[in-house]
Write a protein that binds this ligand. Structure first.
Ligand code: SF4
Length: 315
């Protein structure tokens, strides 16, 4: 892997609440290379969105390092933080909610250029037209309002807004989940084309494993605030080592039952609360292979193949 564009090292983020401390992230380490797509999967509440917020520097971290192009941004403030913003942008799940209904598409796209003092009015409008074209929309769209667009067009606008400042990394948090299947395929292909032409890296968060597999170069699997398996896409997909990943993979729908790769592995019970994660291996309360060792000691993330990391005593 080339020098990482984004690197998280031992990042923890805990949120104090009245009921106790929510351990949203616990010593998470991830790397994303320039132009690479890292797919991030796991159940709701596993910490995926907190990773996105950390990558965007929308939240502080309690411990660990967050490096962007080698520069530690975990504790950046003021001007230093303002300089980070254009480099990492985000596409949200619901394009209708992420666009202001009272501003035109052109105004929404121009806003980041104004905030970051890029160009004069004519140059900004030229950039708006250029980026609209790059996402497959006609520049005339600039005068329309979000409610005049289809769901797919709105998500293209959301992608265009993320592109306005020439970011190095775009965080896609369930970016196609709210779209119809046919539109979803078009938006995914657009993201792949943009990666090809502009060299953008993606942190691609989705509960849809088929989509993650289609988009990603590498995959990281999270459970209760920890990365339990990560590695190259084909290694994680075809040589799955962690029981949790195996159960997620086995639950992935297949177009034909005969093509199902793994027999269905049903997890026991509910995901425990991040307020009080189980001792030892956090997955032991739901794992069919749990032993006394699993209940007593927490497994470390171990390297078990070319860049293939697994957090399991028995892997
Ligand atoms: Fe299951 Fe034990 Fe591995 Fe945890 S360490 S995933 S409980 S086998």
């Amino acid at each position: 892997m080339s020098a990482p564009l984004l690197s998280l090292r031992g990042v923890s983020r805990h949120y104090p609440t009245q009921a106790g401390v929510v351990r949203a992230l616990d010593r998470v380490s991830l790397d994303i290379a320039p132009g690479e797509t890292l797919g991030l999967v796991g159940e709701s509440g596993c910490g995926k969105s907190t990773v996105a917020r950390v990558a965007m520097r929308l939240t502080d971290v309690d411990e660990g390092e967050v490096r962007l192009d080698g520069e530690d941004i975990a504790r950046a403030r003021g001007r230093a933080l303002h300089a980070v913003r254009p480099r990492v942008q985000m596409v949200f799940q619901d394009p209708a909610a992420s666009l202001n209904p009272r501003t035109t598409i052109g105004q929404a796209l121009e806003a980041p250029l104004i905030v970051h003092r890029r160009g004069n009015t004519a140059e900004r409008q030229a950039r708006v037209a250029e980026v609209l074209r790059s996402v497959g929309l006609h520049p005339d769209m600039a005068v329309r309002f979000p409610h005049e667009l289809s769901g797919g067009q709105r998500q293209r606008v959301a992608i265009a807004r993320a592109l306005m400042l020439n970011p190095a990394l775009i965080v896609c948090d369930e970016a196609v989940s709210a779209l119809d299947v046919s539109v979803r395929a078009q938006v995914l292909n657009l993201l792949l084309d943009l990666r090809e032409t502009l060299g953008i890296a993606y942190l691609f968060i989705s509960h849809d494993l088929a989509v993650v597999r289609h988009m990603s170069d590498r995959i990281a699997v999270m459970y209760l605030g920890q990365v339990v398996e990560q590695g190259p896409r084909d290694a994680v997909w075809h040589r799955t080592l962690h029981p949790y990943t195996r159960s997620l993979m086995s639950a992935a729908p297949s177009a034909h039952p005969a093509n199902r790769r793994l027999p269905r592995v049903v997890m026991e019970g509910e995901q425990p609360s991040p307020l009080d994660p189980p001792s030892g291996c956090r997955f032991h309360t739901r794992c069919a292979h749990a032993t006394d060792q699993c209940r007593a000691s927490a497994p470390a993330l171990r390297l078990l193949g070319a860049d293939h990391w697994v957090r399991c005593h028995l892997a």
